[in-house]
Design a protein around this ligand. Structure first.
Ligand SMILES: Nc1ncnc2c1ncn2[C@@H]1O[C@H](COP(=O)(O)OP(=O)(O)OP(=O)(O)O)[C@@H](O)[C@H]1O
Ligand SMILES: [Mg+2]
Length: 472
């Protein structure tokens, strides 16, 4: 029971304060309140409440600043930050500064008491043992990972929590979900950010070369080794090494990587000297490594070493609420990069984007928007400007259905998410395609699809396919 524990609520909005005090008093908690940050800090110092709940928009300094000052006084303090807005940067920064959680104000009416109870329970459990989290200076950083969905907010929180440690992080998710972007963010927010971020794609390099790429070689180690070479592990001393597509790492090299992780030691190919290196490893893969381990294609011991923190990126179809934001972000970026007049997205276009299954995830969306911006004729992007079809992952010109690619994309989706209903999606894609081929002619489209015109009409209605959408 949290009964008798003390909570300090800080918010400039007196109505919210009153509401929160009523809620918490009903939970038999002692409640203190303040409208300003400086006032709150004084109360915190004199009363040592068990939990502080603070809005980010405070006077004379922000909730983040208040959080920092509170944790300077007590590095074990439990603080929940609350905000109307949850930008990526705000969430990551809050977690990095040591907030226990970052809450969106709009969701509070539904779960306020439950969240406070759960947090206080955690506070009691860790009160004695809790180790302090290091404080890092806040850096200015452009908000470049977009996502308001619950799933992505969880990812940002995790990035903020793990950035400062040297723990290995494994990022998994389908192709194009943003694994590399997240790896870079972790590095950016880490204490190694002044040092380099060295990335290597393990799948792109033949096995013989990969060993010397990673560990370096001595002169004469093999035919063609005319000089000494310093490998990536050695280059990344003090920095972050991103091993992309780790699932493709040959078994022969996995043991050597394990040695670096365990002892911080390596030997160059053809050399006996032991070289010490201190790297923070981030890995990514779109393979299921657990399966690879059971199939003995991936060493179990290495897997556990790498999988200390797991960041799982959800496919885009499971965070439809992010599609609008991402699309707007890409439109803005492309307009700036290509010096195009500032384009806008129409509501209808957003609906079309939200209706697509995105087997190629964010990368596919990014490519689609790029093509749309270049192809657009007006200054507002309409459905007809959006070249949707079977675009699986990489940029493919809009046009005839690319069968193999489409089937591959579908299989990937089906394998990764057995609950997904592929048939309606296929039906919709084929219908759009037929209508495009016939420039919106219903009689010809029905013929192409082998259905009656009445069935076609029903389908068009059901899927919201309009002439405007298909006729360029
Ligand atoms: N949340 C996001 N906000 C903004 N851009 C994103 C986001 N997620 C992905 N992107 C963009 O989508 C593209 C693909 O992302 P990234 O290369 O990180 O994916 P990946 O998971 O590494 O893909 P793959 O498995 O194919 O290597 C990049 O251009 C990236 O900038
Ligand atoms: Mg990648």
């Amino acid at each position: 029971m949290s009964k008798g524990q003390t909570v300090l609520v800080v918010d400039p909005d007196t109505d919210f304060l009153k509401w929160a005090v009523r809620q918490l008093t009903a939970s038999e908690l002692s409640v203190l309140s303040a409208a300003r940050a400086d006032e709150a800090l004084k109360i915190f110092t004199s009363e040592s409440p068990d939990l502080v709940i603070a809005d980010t928009h405070l006077e004379p300094y922000t909730g983040q600043e208040l959080l920092t000052r509170i944790r300077e006084r007590d590095s074990n303090a439990f603080v929940l930050l609350v905000s109307q807005y949850g930008t990526t940067q705000a969430v990551i920064e809050a977690m990095k500064l040591g907030a226990f959680d970052f809450l969106r104000k709009e969701s509070l009416p539904f779960n306020f008491r439950a969240i406070v109870e759960a947090t206080l329970k955690e506070q009691r459990a860790t009160k004695a043992a809790r180790a302090s989290r290091p404080q890092l200076t806040v850096e200015q950083h452009q908000d470049s990972i977009v996502g308001q969905s619950e799933a992505m907010q969880q990812v940002f929180k995790l990035v903020g929590r793990v950035a400062h440690s040297d723990a290995p992080v494994m990022i998994t998710g389908e192709s194009g979900t943003g694994k590399e972007l997240v790896a870079r963010a972790i590095h950016h927010y880490s204490s190694r950010s002044a040092k380099g971020f060295v990335a290597i794609n393990c799948a792109a390099i033949p096995e013989q070369l990969l060993e010397s790429e990673l560990f370096g070689h001595e002169k004469g180690a093999f035919t063609g080794a005319t000089g000494q070479r310093i490998g990536r592990f050695e280059q990344s001393n003090g920095a972050t090494l991103f091993l992309d597509e780790i699932g493709d790492m040959p078994l022969t090299l996995q043991g050597k990587i394990l040695r670096v992780l365990q002892d911080g030691e390596l030997s160059r190919v053809g050399g006996n000297d032991v070289v010490n290196t201190n790297v923070r490893i981030i890995t990514a893969t779109n393979k299921n490594l657990e399966t690879e381990v059971s199939a003995k294609r991936f060493r179990e011991d290495l897997f556990y070493r790498l999988n200390v923190v797991r960041v799982q990126l959800p496919p885009l179809r499971q965070r439809i609420e992010d599609i609008r934001l991402l699309a707007e972000y890409f439109v803005q970026r492309v307009s700036e990069e290509k010096h195009l007049p500032r384009l806008k997205l129409s509501e209808e276009a957003v609906r079309v984007l939200e209706g697509h299954l995105w087997p190629g995830n964010v990368r596919e969306l990014e490519n689609t928007i790029q093509r749309a911006c270049v192809l657009a004729t007006g200054d507002i992007l309409m459905p007809k400007d959006i070249p949707l079809g079977f675009t699986a992952g990489e940029a493919t010109p809009a046009g005839p259905i690319q069968k193999e690619e489409a089937i591959e994309a579908l299989l990937r989706v089906a394998q990764s998410d057995p609950t997904i209903e592929l048939l309606p999606w296929l039906e919709r894609e084929f219908t759009v395609h037929a209508m495009r081929q016939t420039r919106g002619n219903q009689v010809q489209s029905a013929k192409l699809l082998g259905i009656t015109r009445a069935t076609l009409r029903k389908r068009l209605e059901r899927f919201g396919i309009t002439r405007e959408l298909v006729v360029q």
